[in-house]
Design a protein. Structure first.
Length: 256
């Protein structure tokens, strides 16, 4: 059982409801494997880990990092190399004006001075302002545009550098998330399923945004929450209630 977090299993305020925590417990008590598959970096997983009593595995940064919630350690990484970072940033700067960048490392986060930080980064500590985001390999490269919508910007980025990185989006603003070429939530989940001898047909996945589409397409059974992006609603097998109405928990209570 694989689920996205923000906008899907988490409520809009970022909390995990008691009902959802109980539903996750049912999954594990049944002997099934519970996996959180998120665009979040490991540094944003503390609250989730506490809520689920440090059980399970998290696929973070859209598949780039595998994170053990029990030990709170990264156990696998798929990074964008420095030479690819340099070429991607150069191509995007040359063709899309006003773009600013940030990078998510295995541990830590760095951003250009004009990069507008999101809520969790504004509240948290450790975000470093840098002159260059291409100095070392990273798990995720982020490009922010002050005016373009996410869908339009994604199409532009994919056309320009889609042969170098895998681009997606999940925040609702003009923010594109780029992973190493071919790295998605689906590739990481498929590899993890293989390690546990779980067939694709046995996988159930929940999501809400375009970065969930590869995972939802891969899973044998897919669900979107009612508040999902239109492309996600059109792609899934089933639609459940919105995240604030514990849509994921409603399904799990019936299945487990």
């Amino acid at each position: 059982m694989a689920t996205d977090l923000d906008g899907t299993a988490l409520r809009t305020d970022g909390t995990v409801s008691p009902r959802t925590v109980a539903a996750f417990g049912r999954v594990e008590e049944s002997g099934s494997t519970l996996v959180f598959v998120t665009g979040r970096p490991p540094r944003w997983m503390g609250g989730v880990a506490n809520a689920v009593r440090h059980h399970g595995i998290a696929i973070c940064a859209n598949g780039a990092l595998i994170y053990d919630l029990h030990t709170e350690r990264i156990v696998e990484s798929h990074l964008i190399t420095v030479d690819v970072l340099e070429e991607v940033v150069a191509q995007l700067r040359a063709n899309v004006s006003e773009l600013v960048f940030s990078v998510e490392y295995e541990v830590g986060f760095a951003h250009e001075s004009d990069f507008l930080l999101g809520g969790l980064d504004r509240k948290g500590a450790g975000a470093v302002c840098v002159d260059s985001v291409t100095s070392r390999p990273c798990a995720k490269l982020l490009a922010l545009h002050p005016h373009m919508g996410a869908d339009e910007l994604h199409a532009t980025v994919h056309e320009l550098v889609g042969h170098l990185v895998t681009a997606t989006h999940s925040s609702g603003r003009g923010l594109i998330e780029m992973s190493a070429q071919g790295v998605t939530k689906a590739t990481a989940l498929a590899a993890l399923a293989g390690q546990h001898e779980i067939k694709r047909s046995q996988a159930i996945a929940f999501g809400d945004m375009p970065n969930d589409l590869p995972m939802l397409s891969w899973a044998g059974t897919s669900y979107a929450v009612a508040n999902a992006h239109p492309d996600v609603l059109a792609a899934v097998d089933h639609i459940t209630a919105a995240n604030n109405d514990d849509g994921v928990a409603q399904v799990l209570e019936k299945l487990f």
